[in-house]
Each structure stands twice: as C-alpha cells, then as structure tokens.
Design a protein. Structure first.
Length: 312
C-alpha cells in the first residue's frame, strides 16, 4: 500500500473533525486554566490521530464487505479498497497497526496521569470500534449522529483539558463538598463550550447520511434520515447550526468565552449561504463538503477569537 492509497483509506481530509476539537481544547485550556504539559499534549494528539485513522479504515472496510450495491460514486470512487484494489490482508494489517499504536501511546499517557484517562479512553476506543463494526454498527443506525458528536466533540475536549488538570475530577478521590461543586461547574462549562463542536460533527454525519439515503437503503443501512425523512433531516441540519450560534452567545454571557468571540457570530451569513445551497442539492460529490466547511468556519472563527483574547 502506497502513501496515496493509505491516505485515502483513512480519509485524511476528514481528520479535521477530530483535530479541530483538539486544537480548540488547548486554546480553551490556555484561556481558562494555568497548566500545560507538552509531553501529555503530544501523546494525546498521536493516540487520537492513530485511533481516528484506524476507525475510518474499519468503516471503509466494513462498507466494502457489506456493500450490496457495487456501483456508483460511493462504491467505485469513494471507497479506497475498491479504487486502489487493496488486498483485504493489507487493509487488516493497517487497521491493527493503527489501533495498536493508539493503544500503546494511550497506555503511556495513562501511566503519566490517572485512572480517569484510562476509563474515558477505553470507553471512547470501544465506541469507536462498535461505531463501525459488529453485527449492527452504530454508524448504520439512527444513533450515529449522537455518538459521533458527543465522543468527538465533547470527550476529546474534556480529555485534552483533563490531562493537564487532573484535579478537575477530584470528585473521584475526595468527598469535600466545595470541590464537588467546582467539578460540576467545570464540566458544565466545558460542555457548553463544546456545543458548536458536538453539533457541527453531528451535522457532518447527518449531511453524509442525507446524501447517501438511496445507497444506504440499498445496503441495509437504516440511518437517521431514513427514519425521519429527508425534509425533517434538512431542517434538523439547519437548526443545529442555529443552536451552535446560540451556544456561542451563551458562552460569552457566562464568561466561558471572551467577549471577542461575539465576532464569530458574523460567520452566520457564510454558514447560512452554505445551508441554502445544501437544501437545493444533496450530493456526496458536490455539496457534502459544505457541512465540513460550516464546521471549520464556526469553530476556527471561535479559535481565532481565543487567540486574540490570549494575545490581548
């Protein structure tokens, strides 16, 4: 397998969905907290990237094995195994290597931190596996958007912050009431901050499934758009973005984000334009990327405002 086919197998262009939360987590960490550990930062990044690439490779392998419709863009051009005529043995070795690297690096990170990192990391890893494999993968059910949003949008952020601030979950080690209240506040604060990430990642999955309704029906994938219909799915797609902007406003009001973050609301007009374009045509080849663009526009605008706040 050459580098080109490997990058297609792991869909390297989609890694922005996992790297963006990591970048925002560390900017938020620098804005809200005092501590930063470069070694933990590096270990978490490498483990996260390896696990995400492995999960995508599994997803492509499962789509290849389960495909009943063996024609069209999704099968012939989108799936790397078909496009580059990759052997199943090579693909399996690649998947095992990626997951093996993610686990080994994760264990090193656990040894440098505590049991919380091991538990959340193991849970996330397990969800990543059952998301794409098993008798009924989560990605083939109406729950795909929820799981992808929460685990990639919230848990990545939380762990990326926690590995620098182990005291965030002192609730597991102490029973002091004041500390418990501080923990609750920090978790709620982090959750509100992550809402644009959670909703944006869910919308990437939702847009993908809207584009694939016909192919998914042919391949026995019963995703959320198939259950609620295309029109309701499109409306959900739109309202999740509106909720993202509302959460940014709330974050500024609660002093979770700096006042500069109000500037990110100006991106609404670009996002609304993309929403309208997607409403007119839902195509994996032509308009799906608009969901990724919206995700980048909203969250990197917020990232820029955090950088401004850190500078000034």
């Amino acid at each position: 397998m050459d580098i080109k086919s490997f990058l297609k197998l792991v869909e390297i262009q989609t890694k922005v969905a996992s790297i963006t939360p990591f970048i925002l987590a560390n900017l938020f960490l620098l804005y809200q907290y005092d501590s930063f550990n470069f070694v933990n930062f590096s270990l978490f990044f490498l483990s996260l990237l390896a696990a995400d690439m492995g999960t995508t490779a599994v997803n492509n392998y499962q789509d290849f094995k389960r495909a009943q419709k063996k024609e069209g863009y999704n099968y012939e051009l989108h799936n790397a195994i078909v496009k580059y005529d990759l052997s199943e043995k090579t693909v399996k070795k690649t998947i095992l290597s990626l997951f093996g690297a993610a686990v080994l690096i994760g264990i090193v990170l656990f040894l440098r931190t505590d049991i919380v990192v091991l538990l959340i990391g193991a849970l996330s890893f397990l969800v990543g596996i059952i998301y794409t494999s098993g008798p009924v993968p989560i990605s083939r059910t109406p729950l795909g958007e929820i799981f992808s949003g929460l685990f990639m949008g919230f848990f990545i952020i939380f762990l990326a912050i926690y590995i620098h601030n182990l005291q965030l979950l002192n609730i597991f080690r102490e029973s002091n009431q004041v500390i418990i209240e501080m923990v609750y506040y920090d978790i709620i604060k982090i959750f509100i901050f992550t809402l644009p990430l959670i909703l944006g990642i869910s919308n990437i999955m939702l847009a993908n499934n809207i584009c694939d309704i016909e192919d998914d029906l042919a391949n026995d994938r019963y995703t959320l758009p198939i259950y609620i219909g295309k029109l309701k799915s499109l409306n959900l797609f739109k309202y999740l973005y509106y909720l993202s902007y509302l959460s940014i406003l709330i974050s500024v009001i609660l002093n979770i984000l700096p006042i500069y973050s109000l500037l990110s609301l100006l991106t609404f007009f670009l996002v609304e334009k993309n929403i309208n374009t997607f409403f007119k045509k839902q195509s994996k080849k032509e308009t799906f990327e608009l969901a990724v663009q919206n995700f980048l526009i909203i969250n990197y605008a917020t990232a820029l405002t955090l950088i401004i706040a850190l500078i000034f």
